[in-house]
Design a protein around this ligand. Structure first.
Ligand code: KIV
Length: 278
């Protein structure tokens, strides 16, 4: 069954957690859907996690569209959220045409950073579902520091959340805020909240898939590693290299043979055509 906004809202209302995870490619999308992930984020985290970029600001619309299409091919039933990358939503009009492009590539909802109620209103008026992104905003805050620790900062984030909800957002992402603020905002808005480093009480949790699989070497306090992909992959590749060099791969079970009669014809033909010429 296709996961929808109504499904996410019902989860919030019945206090069941929404499970979200980033994804950037087809095979991982197939597995995330099989595992029962509700929301897949095709975020601009693709830049530093997959494309080898230095920062999120290098990610382009073409990058997001390319990875989004692959993820949608692998996960037809998940609710897919796509990011508008850096500098792709300078005006409401620019935001709309880029959001429409991502919807045509398979996104169910579009996320962008900051408290831009004008852009939310414009997109909503044109039938686009919007997720706001508050707390740490990596596109403009290079230093990955917790946000909303003081009363004034926390109040500003809470007020932004309420303003954006009034403007029509359907989901709210909270990144790197204290647990108390994550809880307060979650209780103050009707839309589902999804947190990354925002404590235990948001309606859902999202993590970067590369962090939970151990693809990235970093170990973040906010994340948990469920697999040591780096070690297993390195071992597998090193073993393959060794077996090729030692000629133990390919082995008899990896090869196919010609039937004897066909092989004999080929040998005879080769000899009469190439080796008997003077
Ligand atoms: O870019 C991204 O993947 C995100 C994460 C914070 C979930 O927005």
């Amino acid at each position: 069954m296709k996961k929808t906004l109504e499904y996410l809202l019902a989860k919030k209302q019945s206090h069941q957690k929404i499970v979200a995870l980033t994804c950037y490619d087809y095979p991982t999308a197939v597995l995330e859907e099989q595992a029962g992930v509700d929301v897949i984020f095709v975020g601009d985290s693709v830049g530093t996690n997959v494309l080898g970029y230095e920062s999120e600001t290098e990610v382009t619309m073409d990058d997001i569209a390319h990875h989004l299409k692959a993820v949608r091919r692998g996960a037809s039933q998940c609710y897919i959220l796509a990011d508008l990358p850096y500098a792709s939503y300078e005006t409401p009009e620019q935001a709309l045409s880029n959001a429409q492009r991502l919807v045509s590539c398979g996104a169910d909802i579009i996320k962008f950073e900051g408290a831009r109620a004008d852009i939310v209103t414009h997109l909503v008026e044109h039938g686009i579902d919007v997720c706001a992104h508050l707390g740490l905003q990596p596109q403009t805050q290079q230093q990955k520091a917790f946000q909303g620790k003081s009363f004034t900062q926390a109040k500003d984030i809470l007020q932004d959340a309420l303003t954006l909800e009034n403007a029509g957002i359907k989901v709210l992402l909270l990144e790197l805020v204290p647990e108390e603020l994550g809880k307060l905002i979650t209780e103050s808005v009707k839309v589902p909240t999804i947190g990354i480093g925002a404590g235990r009480f948001t309606d859902g949790q999202v993590l970067i898939v590369n962090d939970i699989l151990g693809i990235t070497p970093r170990k973040l306090k906010l994340a948990k590693r469920y697999l040591d992909y780096q070690t297993s992959t390195l071992q597998a590749i090193a073993q393959y290299k060794e077996e090729v060099e030692q000629q133990s791969f390919p082995a008899e079970e990896n090869v196919r043979h010609m039937v004897e009669d066909e092989l004999q014809q080929l040998i005879d033909w080769t000899q009469s055509n190439y080796f008997s010429r003077d």
